[in-house]
Design a protein around this ligand. Structure first.
Ligand SMILES: Nc1ncnc2c1ncn2[C@@H]1O[C@H](COP(=O)(O)OP(=O)(O)OP(=O)(O)O)[C@@H](O)[C@H]1O
Length: 309
């Protein structure tokens, strides 16, 4: 059922709780997006469940196993760290040989070639890493994370710093891996990527999860921040001030130009009231648009004091 389940997982450095009692569930077979500003605690959280850091408190289970040993982790879990290190004079296949040895895997040359093909490196199998572009290095990092055919794959910033074409390639690789049933835990600062690819998303801030759900659930939780944009006739002198005063009672973030006004309201019922103000003031309304919140808005407004859910 769950690929990852944590219960009150906590990490303290000195007295600071950088991960504070996180209880998170990630369904098997999904692509899960894990977001948070720099320093939110994402890597520390991942490091605890992948075995790099010991939790101060709390527990976790991976692939429904509460006591997964390091050896089992090596065979069932793949990790692309935020930056991978490669050896200049080692070829792509040389890297896979080296890593399979470290992991104690008994892989054939064909297995490794197949993995390199799956990430689009079929033309670079015997090429040394020093000749690799940044995008190719990311793909090699993903190949390394995939050599054990993991059931659970952690990808930390898989597309950071690569060009648009390589981003599309990497998205295709991730989708192919997910289609084969692997659960993917994806950390990214690219919110479009997360919105496009992830079945579920959690947003972390100052060591805690502020909100979690499908994109639709996140948007619904956030519906108390609707941006209403009104295209209207030119405001007469003196009208702007009165209009602004009237609108102030209904919402926030009022932006006014000669023919366009926008306001952020907290519920749908306020939209017709905004419209009525324009009608009562005999200002022609040509168009009213209501913006669905983007993941970026939800992300930027998810914090200690701005939480909406
Ligand atoms: N070994 C450590 N000792 C002390 N503090 C640490 C240690 N590792 C991380 N921290 C602190 O824990 C907090 C969370 O760091 P973490 O790297 O987990 O954040 P992050 O969300 O992964 O950030 P980024 O997006 O920049 O990678 C930061 O304030 C960091 O300085």
């Amino acid at each position: 059922m769950y690929a990852i389940e944590t219960h009150n997982l906590t990490k303290k450095y000195s007295e600071k709780r950088v991960v504070n009692q996180i209880s998170l569930k990630v369904k098997k077979g999904t692509i899960f997006g894990f977001l948070g500003k720099n320093g939110a605690g994402k890597s520390t959280f991942i490091n605890m469940i992948t075995g790099l850091t010991i939790p101060t408190e709390g527990s976790y289970s991976l692939l429904s196993n509460k006591d997964m040993t390091l050896k089992e982790k090596r065979t069932k879990i793949g990790v692309l760290p935020d930056y991978s290190t490669f050896y200049d004079d080692l070829t792509a296949i040389g890297h896979l040989k080296y890593f399979s040895k470290i992991l104690g895997l008994n892989l054939s040359k064909e297995d490794m070639i197949e993995t390199l093909k799956s990430v689009g490196l079929e033309d670079a199998i015997n090429q040394k890493a020093k000749k690799f572009s940044f995008g190719m290095k990311k793909k090699l990092g993903i190949a390394q994370a995939l050599i054990n055919k993991p059931d659970l794959l952690f990808l930390d910033e898989p597309t950071s710093g690569v060009d648009a074409n390589a981003i599309l390639n990497i998205h295709e690789i991730i989708n192919n891996v997910a289609e084969q049933g692997t659960t993917i835990f994806l950390t990214s600062h690219n919110l479009d990527e997360v919105e496009k690819m992830c079945d579920e998303i959690a947003i972390m801030d100052k060591g805690v999860i502020r909100t979690q759900g499908t994109m639709e659930q996140l948007k619904n939780n956030y519906q108390n921040n609707l941006t209403v944009s009104i295209k209207h006739g030119t405001l007469l002198e003196g009208t702007s001030k009165t209009l602004e005063q009237e609108l102030h009672a209904l919402g926030t973030n009022i932006q006014m130009a000669k023919n366009k006004t926008s306001i952020v309201v907290s519920d749908e019922d306020t939209i017709p009231i905004v419209n009525k103000i324009f009608l009562n003031m005999e200002i022609d309304v040509f168009r009213i648009e209501v913006d669905e919140p983007t993941l970026e808005e939800i992300f930027l407004n998810t914090g200690e004091t701005k939480q909406t859910a």
